[in-house]
Write a protein that binds this ligand. Structure first.
Ligand code: AMP
Length: 268
């Protein structure tokens, strides 16, 4: 109870946030009887969205990316839009209170539609957010994706979205030479089909100075979240060996899901 009171003091939106997790808190069914509750951590550009959404399709749980919630709010031209646009375009973090409000609303909407379980992407991003989440949900696993910094910058700058179908692509062709004992790495571009070519857009925060600021903020505020989960025995470190063709099967192996994917495709 004392822990809950401490959390309540941290964020006025705690009540609505906790309600969003109502099927996942301490009164909820045991882990065996519910869907997975995972978190994806990693620097901007590492591929959290790509791998989290693939896993969500495989496991039948919603992919909840707080960055998408922020962009959706921004595009709605609502009361928060101009404040959010300034923060996001400077590469800074949105306040915990705004993020909690957006996330609790997304969770409540999902619950009303019968969603259960989730993979969170881009949340938690601060120790405070991690503590709040720990107070309301029993996270099973935290996957920490890793990639060399040189590749992160190139991947953010090469990111493109089709404004019509919403497909995500990457025009960067990455070739990093192995040096001083560090392995080299190459990643082929993920090019859009011809019909998307003329409709590609770039995120306003994927410019070089803003990506560098987002990486700096990650190292300062979000990296400690890795230690938070490591000390709780929940962190799975996964170094991406290359692009999707090399990394996806290895990630499934690391998650003990390689058989699962085969069974799903056989059943389809
Ligand atoms: P992303 O798509 O995850 O890179 O997020 C885009 C932007 O949304 C970030 O640079 C932040 O400004 C904001 N944002 C997303 N998630 C969070 C969060 N958990 N806490 C604070 N700000 C966030």
């Amino acid at each position: 109870m004392a822990a809950i009171t401490r959390l309540l003091k941290r964020t006025p939106s705690f009540y609505s946030f906790a309600r969003g997790f109502s099927s996942t808190n301490s009164h909820a069914p045991s882990r065996e009887n519910r869907n997975i509750q995972w978190v994806f951590l990693g620097c901007p550009g590492v591929g959290k969205g790509t791998y989290a959404s693939r896993l969500c399709n495989l496991l039948g749980v919603p992919h909840i990316a707080t960055g998408d919630l922020v962009r959706h709010e921004l595009a709605s031209n609502g009361p928060l839009s101009s404040q959010l646009s300034e923060i996001v375009n400077q590469g800074k973090l949105v306040s915990d209170e705004i993020i909690m409000n957006l996330l609790s609303k997304r969770l409540a909407d999902g619950e009303a539609k019968g969603e259960s379980g989730f993979i969170l992407d881009g949340f938690p991003r601060t120790i405070n957010q991690a503590e709040i989440l720990e107070g309301v949900a029993d996270i099973d696993l935290v996957v920490n994706l890793k990639l060399q910094e040189e590749a992160l910058l190139a991947k953010c700058l090469g990111r493109r979205t089709c404004s019509q179908c919403g497909g995500n692509f990457n025009v960067a062709s990455i070739n990093i030479k192995g040096e001083n004992g560090c392995p080299g790495m190459s990643m082929a571009p993920l090019l859009p089909p011809q019909h998307c070519m003329s409709k590609l857009i770039t995120r306003s925060d994927d410019t070089e100075p803003v990506v560098k600021e987002r990486l700096r903020i990650y190292n300062e505020l979000s990296q400690p979240v890795e230690g938070f989960y490591r000390s709780r025995g929940k962190l799975l470190e996964f170094e991406l060996p290359g692009g999707i063709p090399e990394s996806w099967p290895k990630l499934l192996q690391a998650l003990n899901l390689d058989d699962y994917e085969e069974k799903q495709s056989a059943a389809a």
